[in-house]
Design a protein around this ligand. Structure first.
Ligand code: SF4
Ligand code: ZN
Length: 313
């Protein structure tokens, strides 16, 4: 017999005759609640993952930030339940890679939280908590912001590879969990992922770090390990079993990074001056255009032509 249970109903309300704890029903309730998405609340910054999307629109970010600064809710926090589940499965994979794999290496760099007193220390993993003496730690990603571009992001993993004139030199890793279909086709890094890395490099530089290189680590979600042989492809990637990494040498991308920073700095200036950016997206010729219809800021967007001060029309 199949029993359907509506999302967002508390288990005890939905099936009164069932006693005890049901993991499936509990998850159904949890995904419908706000709590699971608390970390994803809009924070007033453009995020590398959003910027690198083909759908990114400067005006959309502008209106979101204006509303955020006015203390109103942003539209951008809403995401359907199936996306939340996908995000959380990706997060679980990240947690495993960070805390069970990378944490074994002494040059793994980031924030370390003591599970006992919750003190957080930044740098290499401490030998013991400086407050309570506890010897175990949980790895926390470094969350960085850049005021010049109004961008922010959390970096999956960093490794200290040296020092120069008092600045720490880091190698970065960004982890992407992908399907087997995507994994099998992957011969070069996804361009959107490369743009994300470039913005992470800018965030690190703004925080005073030097970046040596960044790697994109693709992890196939559905493939078990069948071998442990490291293979270096002529296409420029290194792989083993369900893992494939691409190295992004920072020097090769400086020109591209500078172009992206110009776009974001221009938007940041508009935001600080409250001046509405002028150009609408190519797909938003009118309110009835397909892209505008799916944009939650289209109401605001079609009030302004651009160049006006927000809130004065
Ligand atoms: S309607 Fe189009 S141009 Fe306007 S904010 Fe939305 S996506 Fe951007
Ligand atoms: Zn402690």
């Amino acid at each position: 017999m199949t029993i359907s249970i509506a999302l967002n109903k508390k288990p005890q309300e939905s099936v009164a005759s069932v006693s005890g704890f049901s993991p499936v029903e509990s998850l159904s309730y949890l995904w419908g609640s706000e709590t699971i998405q608390e970390d994803r609340k809009f924070d007033g910054y453009t995020h590398p993952s959003a910027y690198s999307s083909k759908e990114w629109c400067a005006r959309n970010d502008f209106f979101d930030v204006m509303r955020f600064r006015a203390g109103e809710d942003s539209y951008s926090t809403a995401s359907p339940a199936h996306m939340k589940i996908t995000f959380e499965i990706g997060n679980a994979m990240h947690h495993w890679i960070q805390n069970k794999w990378f944490t074994r290496f002494p040059n793994f760099f980031g924030k370390w939280e003591c599970p006992n007193c919750h003190l957080v220390e930044t740098g290499l993993k401490p030998s013991k908590c400086s407050s309570c003496g506890c010897k175990s730690f949980s790895y926390k990603e470094m969350y960085l912001t850049d005021s010049k571009t109004l961008t922010a992001g959390s970096i999956d993993a960093l490794f200290k590879v040296g020092d120069s004139d008092g600045s720490v030199i880091l190698d970065g890793v960004d982890i992407k969990t992908i399907s087997k279909t995507e994994f099998d086709k992957l011969k070069k890094p996804n361009q959107a992922h490369v743009i994300q890395l470039l913005l992470y490099i800018n965030l690190l530089r703004s925080a005073g770090y030097l970046v040596n290189s960044f790697k994109l680590l693709y992890v196939c979600k559905e493939q078990v390990f069948t071998n442990y042989t490291v293979y270096k492809s002529e296409d420029g990637y290194t792989e083993m079993g369900a893992l494939r990494e691409f190295e992004i040498m920072t020097g090769d991308y400086e020109h591209s990074l500078a172009a992206h920073l110009m776009i974001l700095e221009s938007l940041a200036k508009n935001i600080e001056a409250k001046v509405v950016p002028s150009a609408r997206c190519a797909g938003c010729a009118s309110l009835s255009s397909k892209k505008a219809r799916s944009c939650q800021n289209s109401g605001d967007c079609f009030v302004y032509e651009g160049g006006e001060i927000y809130g004065t029309t």
